[in-house]
Structures are given as C-alpha cells and as structure tokens.
Design a binder for this molecule. Structure first.
Ligand SMILES: [Zn+2]
Length: 139
C-alpha cells in the first residue's frame, strides 16, 4: 500500500471513532468480535467474515515503519506551512496500519523502512493528527 492510496484522510462514518480517539490522545483500532480479525481501515463489516460485531480497542502505539515518503505539496491548505514533511505508514503491533506525520527534522532523517517508532498526536489547525513521537531505530 502506498501513501497516496491510503484512504484515512478525512473523517467519515467509519473513521470517526478513529479521529475522535486521536483528539483524546488514543490510537484506536477495529477488531472483529466474531473472528478476531484486526482491520487496517475501519469499516462497517469485518473484511474477513462479514461480521458486524466490530469492537474498538486502544493501541499501545508501538509499530514498525512499512513505507515512508516526503510530501512536497500539501494535500490541504492547512498543511501548506508544514511542507516538506515526511509521512510514514506504520504497521502497528496489534496488526493494523496507521498513517503518521514526522514533523521534526531530526525525526525525518531518522525514519526508514523497518524502524521501530512510537505514535503520538499533534494538533494541527484544530485537527489532532497521528505523528511519529519517537524513533527507536532498527530492532
Ligand atoms: Zn470477522
């Protein structure tokens, strides 16, 4: 999955709980109560068994960088003053994926595929965004 295909850009009915969690400092993910499947992208049905009993859990916020890219053109006017910045897709230990911005220059140099990172949150123009809070290097 490349960063440009990542659909979690704006809140909708299925991702609302995810973004509400960010605003409260929680990284939330969806797990199927029927088969235990963990979904990368929140949906109304389990993508494995089509079950509707999906429960939200709170992540421990540790994961591994799956891919990362430098953004030179802001996707929204609110991000204009931040460019260029690095965006990473992080494979979380619980089995879901999250897109996180790396806002500090020090972190941007340190982020590479396979690095262990911790996710935090930063308020950007009223939106709490998942960000790389710390980089722990290769395991
Ligand atoms: Zn299921």
């Amino acid at each position: 999955m490349s960063v440009s295909q990542y659909p979690l850009q704006r809140p909708d009915a299925h991702t609302r709980n995810f973004w509400d969690g960010c605003a409260e400092g929680e990284l939330r993910y969806q797990r199927c109560a029927q088969c235990g499947h963990v979904q990368c992208i929140p949906r109304s049905l389990c993508e494995q068994c089509q079950g509707t009993d999906l429960q939200w859990s709170v992540s421990r916020r540790a994961g591994t960088v799956l891919t990362c890219t430098t953004v030179h053109r802001a996707p929204l006017p609110a991000f204009k003053e931040m460019v260029p910045y690095v965006i990473a897709i992080v494979d979380m230990d619980e089995g879901f994926r999250v897109m996180a911005n790396a806002l500090s220059v020090v972190q941007q140099d340190a982020i590479a595929i396979g690095n262990r990172v911790r996710i935090g949150f930063k308020n950007v123009h009223g939106m709490a965004l998942p960000v790389i809070e710390s980089v722990e290097g290769n395991p």
